[in-house]
Design a protein around this ligand. Structure first.
Ligand code: PLP
Length: 397
């Protein structure tokens, strides 16, 4: 390195490449807005569809592409894109695939903010939002205007597992793109790109990496994975024009957590079952919601698709109608280990209170009336979690 007249210049142009190749457990972390071109031919010969043609931070770095590749692999896909949150990944799909006059189908138990986003598109761009019952494939009635169907397995909050097989088959026959919000299964409970004995596949998955891949309750990120290169390029182009990108630091943190994601998923899944077994025996609840339960709406579809027997560490309870909002709020406020908060997949168990009356459009005969509390099982010992719920229930006596 030649010395410059000014120390300031030397500081900025100090060597920044390691003198030799080294191998580490975690891949190197790149932070970049500017990426330096070797020459003008590298500048002019690059093409946006070539992801390894590093050109600018928004396009991606080896750090973000490595994470994307890993997520695609876990989920059974090939191509991936990263977005700054799960909701941002959802928005990428909606804004890429929907145009004025199109129809989009969403399950009644869809992730709430996705529906809000679509309702906003409906009002502003004349996109028609249709609601179907995820456990009744007949309620999905595609027309030639139908462009996209959102699937969620299991669905948000009430955790019904959809009739994935028949919904996907029906969508394929009608040329409707199938998008699965894969956050619950995380690529571990089932393979969205090869499920059922008929080897069915969705067209694309969205995954809130904020949940299990991060595992820390501290980082937001989302992904869109597909096996279809043409579809990927469409999404990639919108990704580029919207300036959707993620930080290298956040990507490296999630990358680091992937090594134990499957262990955490299984552990939280098993502990949720232990908590569930206890919850079933408590007189305060009229209904326990979890797809592994024989009497759960969509249980047979879960058994058909999740042949691993796995499920995420989420379980919801519906309080008997004699417990009013004041009582259920008191229950939630009395919990000590369970913290009141959105999201899941982190080390700390969470509880959230929902009023189903304000959340569903269709009449769901399988759901009891009453206030719902969703528990997200963290990494505490299940006996302590049960004790915590028991103590909070005692406050209601
Ligand atoms: C959390 C979540 C999202 C959104 O992810 P964020 O990163 O929080 O925006 C989307 N879908 C499902 C099913 C989720 O649970």
């Amino acid at each position: 390195m030649t010395k410059h007249k000014n120390a300031q210049t030397d500081l900025i142009h100090a060597p920044r490449t390691a003198p030799q190749y080294i191998e580490t457990i975690q891949p190197p972390l790149y932070r970049a807005s500017t990426i330096i071109f070797k020459s003008t031919s590298h500048l002019f010969d690059r093409h946006w569809t070539d992801r390894y043609d590093y050109s600018y931070g928004t396009h991606g770095t080896p750090t973000t592409f490595t994470l994307g590749d890993n997520i695609a692999q876990i989920e059974g896909g090939i191509f991936s894109l990263l977005a700054p949150s799960g909701l941002s990944a959802i928005n990428l799909v909606n804004s890429t695939l929907l145009s004025s006059g199109d129809e989009v189908w969403v399950a009644d138990n869809i992730y709430g903010p996705n529906l809000e986003h679509l309702n906003n598109l409906q009002d502003r761009y004349g996109i028609s939002v249709k609601i179907y019952n995820p456990i009744d494939a007949d309620s999905f009635q595609p027309t030639e205007k139908s462009k996209l169907i959102w699937l969620e397995a299991a669905g948000s909050v009430t955790l019904e597992f959809p009739d994935l097989k028949n919904l996907v088959k029906k969508a394929q026959q009608a040329n409707v793109i199938t998008a699965l919000d894969n956050t619950w299964g995380a690529g571990l409970a089932f393979n969205a790109f090869d499920f059922s004995d008929e080897h069915l596949s969705v067209d694309l998955t969205v995954h809130a990496l904020t949940k299990y891949p991060s595992g820390g309750g501290d980082i937001l990120m989302g992904s869109v994975v597909t096996r279809d290169q043409q579809l990927h390029h469409k999404l990639f182009k919108m990704h580029a024009t919207q300036g959707i990108c993620v930080s290298g630091d956040d990507s490296a943190q999630i990358q680091r957590s992937l090594a134990h994601m499957s262990l955490r998923y299984d552990h939280q899944s098993l502990n949720a079952i232990k908590v569930l077994d206890w919850l079933k025996q408590q007189p305060q609840f009229s209904q326990i919601l979890h797809p592994s339960l024989n009497n759960a709406a969509g249980h047979q579809f879960w058994a058909e698709v999740c042949t691993t027997g796995k499920s995420a560490g989420l379980v919801s309870v519906i309080f008997k109608p004699d417990y009013d909002l004041t009582a259920v709020r008191k229950f939630c406020d009395s919990l000590q280990l369970f913290k009141l908060g959105f999201s899941w997949g982190g080390p700390v168990s969470l509880a959230m209170l929902y009023d189903l009356k304000q959340m569903r459009s269709l009449s769901n005969t399988h759901l009891q009336q009453g206030l719902l509390v969703r528990f997200c099982i963290g990494l505490e010992h299940p006996e302590d979690l049960i004790q915590d719920i028991q103590n909070a229930l005692k406050q209601l006596e």
